[in-house]
Each structure stands twice: as structure tokens, then as C-alpha cells.
Design a protein around this ligand. Structure first.
Ligand code: ADP
Ligand code: MG
Length: 698
């Protein structure tokens, strides 16, 4: 095994395993690997989680009260006072200019460590106590031969450590590597850009993030490294997008005034401004020979289906077939029903493919699709991706509700190159729209159609449950309908406090609302049975629908104006908001009751936000803040590396700047083959590998 670390053997590069660094052997390399550090490159990007700044040493007679200072002094005397309420360890130290006192509360551990005659370095704030300057619980270390009289010992990064590897040990491994930054780090941008963007050099940034000379320089280092991280991510997205746009062809769709007015006649209402805007964006996309790749977002009930149907009819008018995909059979059925409503007496041929369809009937239907006879096919993603062939598929609409399936989109693209419209009911905060969905165009429906009654949300504690039941009884008597949502199907033994839909259904139907019809719906029921229960709820045969979260995915019963969510503290914000979207669909007032008892502060926060806001975007922003971008939306899940230093919420301005510059760079040099982009290209490939297809683009 060779050891590297001295300047004379500077020939090492970013891909070198850390094992060969000074102070690291096979055993320690394993621990480093647990921290995600395998190569010198990883090590350079293993950033401190915090930094210490120790001022230059001063003398005792120069100290001022309330200043943070560093001094060197000799211990004159020590005293441990454990008779006090707060035991303390006291030392008097002196230098050639004076004497001062140091106390450490609960300093028992210092006995045997500090002794008169030792030279120590002390750093911290001095305060005036009984007319004397004193340090209280300062940082310190005993100066011995090994440690020179230097403030560096305290200064610099504190690394995220783990068992078997302390921050200080990590620091000692990194320090010699920093001597070789000239060989290891190459600049991405020219001087002019750095100056304009007020960014320091990449090399300084790596040096200063690990060993910042002062706080100002640390900030500059952070800014530069954050920018680079965001820039590389955006570059990856820009390239991915470029590839889709330029290496696949779609059939352009014409939208004449005649086609437009014929489509609009299908809707028994005027479209909202947001719907109109989304439609013009979609029409512009579909008129190109690059496949559309658009995300349509808007709250449940905001009118996305109408927009999607417009796009579908536009494709049909251009003699193309359309596939509309939903995540579940219930939702697919729902889409089909609403399409039927709008397309009554239309010559457009549409079918719903269900799981129950088998044998001859199924193969006959598939034949009509592959012959091009059918215009619009509705079904679940699974069904439509299985074995269905289209004659000329021009548009795919994917309703993902709140489950974003980028993988599914990728899969579809292989089949053909239809235009693609993804709908989602989870409002995506702007930050995420630019990162996780950064390679899609986005249309937003922010305002729901007019004539929606207010939704009032209340967080109900145990004592008020009975009152809530009585209130609901009154609404039911007035012929309104209600949802009761539970976290699980049946009570599981190890978690028996979880209300279970099946058990509660008995309770509700027999004890609480015996005078009403209480129906049950859950995910494990056969699909025929589910359809039947839904139909009964829709036709008002069922007054109260007890359900697990299956109703989340697309049920449209405007007469249902009450929703009870049991154990609401177990649901996330996005989910609660989704569920609540099932009510408030008519002009009547709706009521959402969140039944929950919890001490958990985050859960309480969520419930409070729900009672305060009905705005999906506001809720999504809160969600992002409560949970952090990582948890809400793993970027890795989308083929992007996780962020090491940048934070898409806090560093939004840098993100915007990086995005603009990255997309500009790709539009000028789509393969990044220009000499001046060599270093960026290399870093990008190292980071993303082939995930962004840079290799096959070039
Ligand atoms: P989403 O798909 O976003 O959940 P939908 O398209 O299903 O929303 O629309 C929800 C309800 O609003 C439907 O009953 C639909 O008929 C109605 N709707 C949609 N657009 C309008 C509009 N512009 N004016 C009035 N009602 C509308
Ligand atoms: Mg819908």
C-alpha cells in the first residue's frame, strides 16, 4: 500500500480511493465509506456541518468585557467546588500582563486534566464578574509539544462524524489533500463570468470551505459551491430536455378556430382564465414536431380534466389517438364518466379498458384500438402499458394525482413519441417545479371554477366528537352526504389503536348513524364491488361512505359536503389536502372535521395549517418547510444526485441564476463540446453518469 499526502507525491486525482491517503488504511476506509466517502473527490465534497472562528490571540490586559477573545496563559491555581448547587471547576491563569479567572460549570471532568504550571489556550467570551474579567465555560486546550502555539487547533470545520471517526480525525485526513487543490480542482467558468456573478474561484471555494480564513470568505466559498451544485443539476436537466426535444419527433397538431370552437361547444360552461391559459400553452406545444412534455398542475376540482379533454379532442381532430391513464381503476372510471358527460352524441369513439375485461371481448376491443377505429382509450397505467397497440398514438394524458411517476413517462416515450401531458393535483412549490420537474414545462391552474362553496375545516378533540356527530346528523337529514376516512382497513394487533375502517363502519352504521345508510369502501375489495359502492354513493343510496384513503384518488360527488378524517395526525399535509379536495365541489358550504389527539408538534402544525388555509400552493410550501425538500421529494428518485450543500428552498435565488445560465449554455452548446466547457462536461459525467444521456448525445 502506498501512502500519499506529502507534496512530493502530488500525483493523485479525484478518483483515488481515500484508503491510500495518509492516516487512512483499509479499516478506516471502510468507515469513510459508511459516510459516503470513497474517493478523494468525495472527501473534498465532504463539507463541514459547522465552522469555528477563533480570533487572533491577545493579552489579558487588552481584554474588554463582552468580547470574544483568545489568550494563552499559565495555570496558576485550580479549585473544584462541588459544595455549590452547580458544582464548578475554577482556574486562575496569568500571562505577562495580568491574571484572570476561568470557571467551568459541572467541570468535574477537568480534575486531573488541568494542573498548575500548564500553558493553556482559552477562547471564548469574557465577562465582568465581581469587578474581575472572567471566562465561563470557554473552549480550551492544553498546549504541549505536539500542539504549537496556534489558534488553528480550534478553527475551521466541524465534520459530520460517526462511530470510529471523529471530526478532528476527518480534518486531519483532509488537510493534506487541500495542499493539492491545484491538481484536483479545475475552474468551470471564465474570469469575466466569475466577476459578473460575484463568484470566487472554484479552488478557493474548496480551500475555504474546509479551512475558512474568516467568516466572509466562508460565505463566499459556500455561495460558489452551492452555485456549482445547482448549476450542474440544472445542466443535467437542460441536457435531458434537449435530448427529448431534439432526438424524438412528434406529429404536430393544427388548431384552427373552427376546431377550437367545436371543442369549446362541448363544455357547458365558459372556461376559466387559468384553464384558457393552460390550453393555449398546450396548443402551442402540440403544434410543434417536438413532443410536448408538460405538467399540468392544479388542485383537485380546479378543472384539469376539462383542459386534458381539450387536448385530447385536439389530437382527435388531427386524426390521432389518445390514451388517458389513471393510477387506479376507480379514477379511470371517473375520467371515463366525465368524458362521457361532455361527449354525449359526439362521433368521437372512446372506450374504457377495465381489469375485468378478458378473453374474446378484450381481444376484439384491442383490435379496434390497433386498427385506429377508437379515438380515446381510458384505463389504468398498468393496463394501457401492458399489450395495447395503437395505430397512431398522438397524445398521452397521465393523471398522476399526487404520485409522480417519472419512470412511467420514460417508459412511454420508448413506445412512440406522442405528446405527453401529465396532470397532478399536488401543487408543486416553485422550487420543486424547477428541480425535480425541471425538464418539464409547467402549466398551473390556480383558481377553481366559480360557484364553489367555502370549505370550513375544524380540528376536533375527543370532547367535541359527539357535537360533531350531531352537526353531521343535521346535514345528513338535509340530504347531504359525508365521507369518513380512516388510516387502515382493519385494526392490526400490534397497532390496535389505529381506527380501522371496517370496525368503525360497524360502529357508525349501528350506533352513531343507524337511521342512515352507511357504506364501506376500501382498497382490498374486488374492483366490481368498489365500482358498485361508488355508484351507490353517487346516486345517493349511500349517505355516509366509510373509507380508507382510496377515495383520495378521484371521486367526484358534489353533494358530499362533509368529510371526517379520523386520526388526522397520521396523514401528511399533502394527503390531508387531497382528501379535503373531495368536498367543496358544489355551491353549498362544506365542512371538514379533523379528528385527532396528538402531542407531536409537527402533527399539530399540520393540523393548524389545514384549519387556516385552503390554498394548495400555500400548503405545499408549508409542507416543504415542515418536511424539508429531501423527504418530500427525493431528487435521487428522479435520477438527480442529492444536494450536498445547496438547499433548494433557502438558495432559491442561486437556483434561479443557475437554471438560467445552464439552459443558456445548453442552447449554445448542446453537447458541451466546446473547449471552454471541457471541465464542466467532465464533472457532469462524473456526477450523473449516463443518467442524463450526455454520453449518447455526444
Ligand atoms: P380536476 O380534474 O382538476 O379535479 P375537473 O376538471 O374534474 O377538475 O373539474 C371539477 C368540476 O368542475 C367538474 O364537475 C367540472 O364539470 C367543473 N368545471 C370545470 N371547469 C369548469 C368551469 N370553467 N366552469 C364551471 N365548472 C367547471
Ligand atoms: Mg379530475
Amino acid at each position: 500500500m502506498t501512502e500519499v499526502g506529502e507534496k512530493s507525491r502530488a500525483r493523485f486525482d479525484l478518483s483515488m480511493p481515500v484508503q491510500f491517503l495518509k492516516g487512512v488504511g483499509p479499516a478506516r476506509a471502510k468507515i469513510f465509506a459508511e459516510l459516503g466517502v470513497e474517493t478523494v473527490g468525495d472527501l473534498l465534497e465532504y463539507f463541514p456541518r459547522d465552522w469555528n472562528f477563533v480570533p487572533e490571540p491577545t493579552k489579558i490586559n487588552r481584554m474588554q468585557p463582552n468580547e470574544t477573545v483568545t489568550i494563552f496563559g499559565m495555570i496558576e491555581s485550580i479549585d473544584y467546588q462541588n459544595y455549590r448547587r452547580q458544582p464548578l471547576f475554577e482556574a486562575m491563569i496569568s500571562d505577562e500582563t495580568g491574571v484572570c479567572r476561568i470557571v467551568w460549570f459541572h467541570g468535574a471532568y477537568l480534575r486531573g486534566q488541568l494542573e498548575p504550571g500548564q500553558i493553556i489556550m482559552v477562547s471564548g467570551k469574557v465577562t465582568l464578574y465581581k469587578h474581575q474579567l472572567q471566562f465561563t465555560n470557554p473552549k480550551f486546550f492544553v498546549v504541549d509539544e505536539e500542539h504549537q502555539l496556534s489558534a488553528d487547533y480550534f478553527s475551521g470545520g466541524i465534520y459530520p462524524a460517526c462511530k470510529g471517526l471523529t471530526s478532528r480525525q476527518i480534518k486531519r485526513v483532509i488537510a493534506p489533500v487541500l495542499e493539492h487543490l491545484d491538481d484536483l480542482v479545475s475552474e468551470f467558468y471564465d474570469r469575466e463570468f466569475l466577476k459578473k456573478a460575484e463568484l470566487i474561484s472554484r479552488k478557493d471555494a474548496f480551500a475555504w470551505i474546509h479551512l475558512p480564513p474568516d467568516e466572509e470568505k466562508l460565505l463566499q466559498a459556500k455561495r460558489r459551491l452551492k452555485y456549482d451544485e445547482l448549476f450542474l443539476m440544472q445542466l443535467g436537466l437542460a441536457l435531458r430536455r434537449y435530448k427529448v426535444q431534439h432526438f424524438s419527433r412528434a406529429v404536430p397538431c393544427d388548431c384552427s378556430d373552427k376546431i377550437d370552437s367545436r371543442i369549446r361547444k362541448r363544455f357547458p360552461f365558459l372556461l376559466t382564465r387559468d384553464q384558457d391559459e393552460s390550453i393555449s400553452e398546450i396548443v402551442a406545444d402540440m403544434s410543434k414536431s417536438e413532443p410536448m412534455n408538460r405538467l399540468l398542475q392544479g388542485d383537485v376540482g380546479s378543472g384539469k380534466t376539462v383542459v386534458a379533454l381539450y387536448a385530447a379532442l385536439l389530437a382527435v381532430a388531427n386524426k390521432m389517438q389518445v390514451a388517458i391513464m389513471a393510477p387506479t381503476e376507480i379514477l379511470a372510471g371517473q375520467h371515463f364518466l366525465s368524458i362521457e358527460r361532455y361527449l354525449k352524441n359526439s362521433s368521437v369513439k372512446r372506450v374504457l379498458i377495465t381489469g375485468g375485461l378478458t378473453g374474446r371481448k378484450r381481444s376484439e376491443l384491442l383490435n379496434t384500438i390497433s386498427s385506429g377505429e377508437i379515438d380515446i382509450v381510458v384505463g389504468t397505467v398498468a393496463l394501457l402499458q401492458a399489450d395495447i397497440e395503437f395505430q397512431n398514438l398522438g397524445l398521452v394524458v397521465i393523471d398522476e394525482q399526487h404520485k409522480f411517476g417519472v419512470a412511467q413517462r420514460a417508459q412511454l416515450r420508448k413506445q412512440t413519441t406522442p405528446h405527453c401531458l401529465v396532470m397532478t393535483a399536488t401543487p408543486i412549490p416553485r422550487t420543486l417545479a424547477m428541480t425535480a420537474f425541471g425538464d418539464l414545462d409547467v402549466s398551473v391552474i390556480r383558481h377553481s371554477p366559480p360557484g364553489r362553496g367555502a370549505v370550513i375545516t375544524r380540528w376536533v378533540s375527543r370532547h367535541d366528537r359527539q357535537k360533531a356527530y350531531e352537526f353531521i346528523r343535521e346535514r345528513l337529514k338535509a340530504k347531504k352526504q359525508a365521507y369518513f376516512i380512516y388510516p387502515r382497513i382493519t385494526a392490526v394487533e400490534q397497532d390496535s389503536d389505529v381506527k380501522a375502517a371496517t370496525d368503525e363502519w360497524e360502529q357508525l352504521s349501528k350506533k352513531v348513524f343507524p337511521e342512515f345508510n352507511v357504506g364501506l369502501l376500501h382498497g382490498r375489495m374486488p374492483s366490481v364491488k368498489k365500482q358498485q359502492v361508488m355508484a351507490e354513493f353517487r346516486s345517493r343510496k349511500i349517505d355516509v361512505l366509510v373509507s380508507t384513503i382510496v377515495v383520495e384518488v378521484g371521486v367526484d360527488v358534489p353533494n358530499a359536503t362533509i368529510m371526517v378524517i379520523e386520526e388526522a395526525d397520521r396523514f401528511g399535509l399533502a394527503q390531508l389536502h387531497q382528501l379535503r379536495g373531495r368536498i367543496g365541489r358544489s355551491d353549498a358550504k362544506s365542512y371538514c372535521f379533523l379528528f385527532a389527539e396528538t402531542d407531536n408538534e409537527t402533527a399539530q402544525n399540520r393540523l393548524e395549517i389545514m384549519t387556516r388555509s385552503n390554498d394548495g400552493f400555500e400548503i405545499a410550501e408549508h409542507d416543504l418547510r415542515l418536511r424539508g425538500p429531501g423527504e418530500m421529494f427525493s431528487t435521487r428518485q428522479h435520477g438527480l444526485p442529492d444536494m450536498k450543500i445547496a438547499n433548494i428552498v433557502d438558495d432559491f435565488d442561486l437556483l434561479m441564476m443557475a437554471r438560467k445560465n445552464a439552459f443558456e449554455m445548453v442552447s449554445h452548446d448542446p453537447m458541451l463540446t466546446l473547449a471552454e466547457h471541457k471541465n464542466i462536461r467532465r464533472s457532469l459525467l462524473a456526477k450523473f453518469g449516463d443518467a442524463i444521456g450526455l454520453a449518447d448525445v455526444a
